[in-house]
Design a protein. Structure first.
Length: 90
């Protein structure tokens, strides 16, 4: 749960920068939705004695976040993209 909390803090810190424009705001919204799925999966995992979370919900949320991130990554140079690791994520 500590990782989810850290992720949420990062979203809160980035929110003022991302909220002013439609494309970054869409990325922020998808990031928030992913955080909700992560927190929900964590709670469900705790209730089910450590059972793995529903991969389909996590996968869908992550896919939507990646789609929302794509326009933001397009403006980066190849070196910047390599530094983000965006090309390594499937």
């Amino acid at each position: 749960m500590e990782e989810v909390r850290t992720y949420l803090m990062m979203l809160l810190i980035a929110a003022p920068v991302l909220i002013d424009s439609p494309v970054p705001r869409a990325f922020l919204e998808q990031g928030q939705k992913l955080a909700a799925v992560l927190a929900s999966a964590r709670v469900a995992s705790d209730k089910n004695s450590g059972a793995p979370p529903a991969d389909d919900r996590l996968g869908e949320a992550l896919g939507r976040l990646r789609s929302a991130a794509a326009p933001l990554l397009e403006v980066l140079s190849p070196a910047q993209r390599a530094a983000t690791g965006a090309d390594d994520v499937q």
